[in-house]
Each structure stands twice: as structure tokens, then as C-alpha cells.
Design a protein around this ligand. Structure first.
Ligand code: ADP
Ligand code: MG
Length: 256
């Protein structure tokens, strides 16, 4: 049975998609079988995994509306080493279309159940909101990975996310927990970032991953080549950090 994780943070541009595709590629390098689910209508995780979102015949949208199974809609990752259930603009409509449907927040969970034994990890790239789409992700996950930039307002947004996770835990998914906070785009030369990083450690202790992802231009360049940084430039600092993070995830899961 796969372990399912949401990569979530309701802020945009904090590194969710970069974390999803590079953690997936890192886990694949370690021999893990991985499925990435793109739950963001922007389709960045899809494109960043080398799949053209404009050419998708079936996507996560069809899975949520139960007109396709994941086995039918997923793309096999040849270059990336992991499979992808892709997304594109069509997914934005699902938000509205799901409202009147029954079990609307459990659609993805039901669909994942059918392929769960084919994977060790499922990573869900969430949109920058606490919407019905994110709720579908949170309902099927064992845990949430929260990428964070060590900036002044980082902690402020976190409390909304923590409250949402608590509510989902209480009402919809008793398995759900925060697996950890991942410090990303870290620049050790900036004193404020060191201070916020230290604050995170003080407040959240073991919930903060040991691995820190540095700010690294190769990670930002990789998506334009349709590859995760881990594959685009395996010896870059960013790629090495994500492979180390994949190892840390495997260790955490083993001790869960
Ligand atoms: P989100 O999915 O939360 O919106 P992204 O993963 O798309 O965030 O990241 C936002 C931008 O920051 C992207 O342009 C991405 O390439 C860049 N980026 C993310 N992580 C890093 C990093 N560690 N170093 C440099 N650039 C990064
Ligand atoms: Mg994104």
C-alpha cells in the first residue's frame, strides 16, 4: 500500500511544485515506485515532469468526475522515473462541478485506492488555496509536507494551514498529520532566514525536516526543460539536497 502525501501550503510560489517533482525524482532514484498527482489547474507539476498539459487526453479532472480511472488517465514517466496523473486548466471547472456531487471530497481517495498497491509513494501537488481540490488531497493523505521559505510572514500563513489540517483530521481523515516542514529556497547568508529557521525549530521541533533545500538556480531552470532538477542536473546543490530529502522521507516513513 502506498504512503500518500500532500505537498501543501496555501501560499503561491513557495516551492510546492518544485518539492513535489524533485522529491518524486529523488524517491525514484532510491528505487521507490512513485505516482505524482497534479491537483493544480496550472499544471506545473505535469509540465515539470515532461508531460505537455495541453495534450492530455485524460487528466485528474476526469478522475475526480469519475469518467476515468487513474490507470486510464496516468502517464508513464519515462524520463522522470515516476508516473504522473496530470492536470490542466480544465481542472479549474471541477471546483464548481463537484459542489453538487455526493462524496465530493472523497473522489480522489476512492480512485487512488485502486492503484495504491502499485506504488510506494503518492505525492499530491496541491493548488495555492484551501479549496475543494486541496480538500480532496487532504482526505486521502497520510501526511502533509509543508514547504516554507524562511521569511517574516512564513509563520503567519502556517496557522491557517494547521487549522485546516486539524479540521480535516477531526472530521474527514483521522490518519492525517503534518509529516514535516521543509525549509526551501534557503540562503544562509541572509540573517533573517537563519533567524526564522531557528524559530521554526523552536516552535515545531522534530516536525522540521533536517534537510534544507538551498536556493539554487538549476532547480528553477529545470522546468523549462521538462525535467525535475534532480534529473536535469544531478550534481547541482539543489538536486543533491532533494535526494537527501528523499532519504529522510524514507527514514521517517519507516519509523511511522
Ligand atoms: P509553488 O508550487 O508553491 O507555487 P514553485 O515550486 O512553482 O512554487 O516555485 C516558485 C518559483 O520558485 C518557481 O519559479 C521555481 O522554479 C522557483 N524555485 C522553487 N524552489 C527553488 C529553489 N530551491 N531555488 C531556486 N528557485 C526555486
Ligand atoms: Mg505549484
Amino acid at each position: 500500500m502506498a504512503k500518500i502525501f500532500c505537498v501543501a501550503n496555501q501560499k503561491g510560489g513557495v516551492g510546492k511544485t518544485t518539492t513535489t517533482v524533485n522529491l518524486a525524482a529523488g524517491l525514484a532514484k532510491l528505487g521507490q515506485r512513485v505516482l505524482v498527482v497534479d491537483l493544480d489547474p496550472q499544471g506545473n507539476a505535469t509540465m515539470g515532469s515532461g508531460i505537455d498539459k495541453r495534450k492530455l487526453e485524460l487528466s485528474v479532472y476526469d478522475v475526480l468526475l469519475e469518467s476515468a480511472s487513474i490507470a486510464e488517465a496516468r502517464q508513464r514517466g519515462e524520463k522522470s522515473g515516476y508516473d504522473v496523473l496530470g492536470a490542466n486548466r480544465e481542472l479549474a471547472g471541477a471546483e464548481v462541478e463537484l459542489v453538487d456531487l455526493e462524496r465530493r471530497e472523497r473522489r480522489l481517495k476512492a480512485a487512488l485506492g485502486e492503484v495504491s498497491n502499485e506504488y510506494d509513494f503518492v505525492l499530491i501537488d496541491c493548488p495555492p488555496s484551501l479549496s475543494m481540490l486541496t480538500l480532496n488531497g487532504l482526505c486521502c493523505a497520510h501526511g502533509v509536507v509543508v514547504p516554507m521559505q524562511c521569511e517574516y510572514f512564513a509563520l503567519e500563513g502556517l496557522s491557517d494551514l494547521v487549522n485546516t489540517i486539524k479540521q480535516v483530521h477531526a472530521n474527514l481523515n483521522p490518519d492525517l498529520q503534518i509529516i514535516g516542514l521543509l525549509r526551501v529556497m534557503f540562503d544562509p547568508r541572509i540573517t533573517l532566514q537563519q533567524q526564522v529557521s531557528q524559530q521554526l525549530k523552536t516552535h515545531f521541533g522534530d516536525k522540521v525536516f533536517d534537510t534544507v533545500i538551498p536556493r539554487n538556480v538549476r532547480l528553477a531552470e529545470a522546468p523549462s526543460y521538462g525535467l525535475p532538477g534532480v534529473i536535469f542536473d544531478p550534481s547541482s546543490k539543489g538536486a543533491l539536497a532533494f535526494v537527501e530529502f528523499a532519504r529522510e522521507m524514507v527514514r521517517r516513513i519507516d519509523s511511522m
